[in-house]
Design a protein around this ligand. Structure first.
Ligand SMILES: Nc1nc2c(ncn2[C@@H]2O[C@H](COP(=O)(O)OP(=O)(O)OP(=O)(O)O)[C@@H](O)[C@H]2O)c(=O)[nH]1
Ligand SMILES: [Mg+2]
Length: 554
């Protein structure tokens, strides 16, 4: 390549293409060639014009190349080659923008996006930056989060339909109200807040991992295995209430009254299973519900392929399952009993019938009629009864919808049952006629945070009195009126000894994801103990004194 001076001196020897090449390769500029002091008159007009055209064509090509590259390097190359090119300013601006964007990107990437101050600093520096909208959204989320109460939210979730949980959590995460860690916190603090479907959805969508469940939420191995095996519940044969005309067995009838989902079927299944585990004989089974109760009890067996039991589905409205049996103790004494599993929906049916609320589903009417037939009109003569009024712990805010306009709590529905059974005619009134004892059972008591059984009992009592005082009063009044639970009307002038209402905190054991359970016999055994202390046994029947003693026990 010639030097600049050689080009000046010999300009007329080079063809226009070569001169244009010298210019585009940066040896000399067009302006330098035009200066008279450099080339004299040898860079004449004609040559000058030809070179100019050629250089412009080349520059245009190089500019197109720079734009195609669209990078700091491609534009810098252009500027270097055409220091006074037509697109120099444009190229410089583009390089500037690219450098600024790079700096902004770096700033955004290194920003602590959990810090209000940092995100605000970005917005100040880049009021209309690439991430300003996102940053503003983050600030809004911070604001919402600051006002968000996870504890309150947990209660809201408890009142919500289970099948809406996952969508609800997902939207709360997307809107920035809660973080994935907080979902885990909710699971950690209550292993039964979400059911298996919701937990599986959370796993499938990457909100949580099995490791999180094991290490952080402290979910024990059998429950994890059950989840991984996707254990589902075993079908339980239902018993149509119309198949029952009258309780079949001469026995003490044991009723569990409670609203939907309050844990009645689980309680009965676990009690029967525990009776077997404790070696009690279960013989002479009778009644339409034998297959039902056998299946319900079997649910609580655990073996290798079912590391936990899987709890039953809700009892259908028009089911009425009864199983009579003799429960024989080690000493040979036996108790003829009939367990009855009722649907929580029956309480709705009874209320609707009593208050003339028309419900769409004919099952309600059918159930209410069966209830009247079996308990009032067609009762088994000579049978005794024990009533367990079931309240679900932690569901004080729970409302049950009856039709479109009515919403009632557990207490109102149970008080209604008591009202309906407490008929005027003493020969028709099951409380007066043939009831041996009434109890309040506080189910799901494993949720009570307590370090000892005594503390749990104390807390259970306090809970019932705080939330269900009206119900306890209603039960107490029935006990007074019908002389139940050992209550004796005081003789004139004597001080009254109030009827005792026993609150039994009850739990089937460890329950996880609302579905899996490891039975703990303690709760069921206590109920069995109450049953055997109150129900008539064959020996008791023969001894007037034993019976008398029993009635004054509580
Ligand atoms: N934590 C805990 N949860 C329980 C317990 N017992 C039952 N549950 C939960 O409550 C749900 C409902 O229990 P069920 O026994 O079917 O309730 P139910 O009163 O028979 O309900 P209906 O048949 O619909 O009237 C179960 O699936 C479990 O998720 C318990 O002791 N502890
Ligand atoms: Mg049930």
């Amino acid at each position: 390549m010639p030097t600049k001076e050689e080009i000046f001196d010999n300009i007329s020897d080079y063809p226009a293409e070569q001169i244009a090449g010298f210019i585009t390769s940066g040896i000399v500029t067009f302006d330098e060639l035009c200066e008279f002091k450099n080339t004299g008159g040898d860079f004449g007009n004609e040559l000058r014009e030809a070179v100019k055209q050629l250089v412009a064509g080349m520059e245009l090509k190089d500019w197109a190349k720079a734009e195609k590259g669209n990078s700091e390097e491609s534009y810098s190359e252009y500027i270097e080659k055409y220091p006074s090119g037509d697109h120099r300013v444009e190229a410089t601006i583009r390089i500037g923008k690219m450098r600024a964007a790079k700096a902004e990107e770096m700033f955004w990437n290194s920003l602590d996006k959990t810090s209000v101050e940092a995100v605000q600093r970005y917005i100040n520096d880049y009021p209309s930056g690439k991430y300003t909208t996102q940053a503003k959204k983050l600030l809004k989320a911070f604001e919402r989060r600051a006002q968000f109460d996870l504890h309150e939210y947990r209660n809201e979730l408890r009142m919500m339909k289970e099948n809406e949980h996952f969508a609800e959590l997902e939207s709360k995460v997307n809107e920035g109200y809660i973080t994935k860690d907080e979902i885990l916190k909710l699971i950690t603090e209550d292993h039964n807040l979400f059911n298996t479907d919701c937990i599986n959805d959370l796993l499938d969508h990457g909100y949580i991992t099995y490791d999180d469940l094991i290490q952080k939420a402290q979910i024990r191995e059998p429950f994890i295995h059950s989840l991984q095996k996707n254990l589902s519940n075993i079908d339980i044969p239902s018993v149509d209430c119309d198949a029952v005309e009258q309780i079949e067995k001469t026995s003490t009838e044991i009723y569990f009254w409670g609203v939907k989902n309050s844990g009645k079927s689980c309680a009965i299944g676990s009690i029967l299973n525990t009776a077997r585990r404790m070696g009690y004989g279960i013989t002479n089974k009778k009644g339409q519900g034998v297959a039902y109760f056998d299946a319900l009890s079997d649910l609580f067996n655990q073996h290798d392929s079912r590391p936990t039991s899987v709890l039953p589905n809700g009892t259908p409205t028009d089911s009425f399952a009864e199983m009579g049996f003799d429960m024989t103790m080690a000493n040979g004494r036996y108790y003829p009993l009939t367990f009855v599993d009722l649907a929580g929906e029956l309480l709705t049916a009874i209320y609707a019938e009593a208050h003339n609320v028309v419900l769409d589903d004919p099952a309600y009417d059918k159930a209410a009629k069966a209830f009247r037939r079996i308990l009032l009109e067609n009762h088994k003569e000579g049978n005794r009864k024990i009533h367990f009024f079931v309240i679900e712990y932690g569901a004080a805010g729970k409302k049950i919808k009856i039709g479109n306009d009515i919403e009632l709590g557990q207490d109102a529905l149970l008080e209604n049952v008591i009202d309906i059974l407490n008929v005027e005619d003493p020969m028709e009134n099951p409380f007066k006629r043939d009831t041996d004892a009434v109890y309040v059972v506080l189910t799901k008591a494993d949720r009570i945070k307590a370090t000892s059984a005594a503390e749990r009992k104390e807390k259970a009592n306090a809970y019932v009195l705080e939330h269900y005082k009206g119900l306890v009063t209603a039960i107490r009044n029935v006990c007074r009126e019908c002389e139940l639970n050992g209550y004796v009307k005081p003789i004139a002038g004597a001080e009254e000894v109030k009827p005792k209402i026993l609150v039994l905190p009850f739990s089937i054991g460890d329950v996880c994801f609302k579905s899996y359970c490891e039975l703990k016999e303690e709760g069921p055994a206590k109920v069995l103990n109450e049953i055997t202390s109150r129900a008539t046994s064959e020996e008791d029947d023969k001894s007037f004194f034993v019976k008398l003693k029993k009635n004054f026990r509580k």
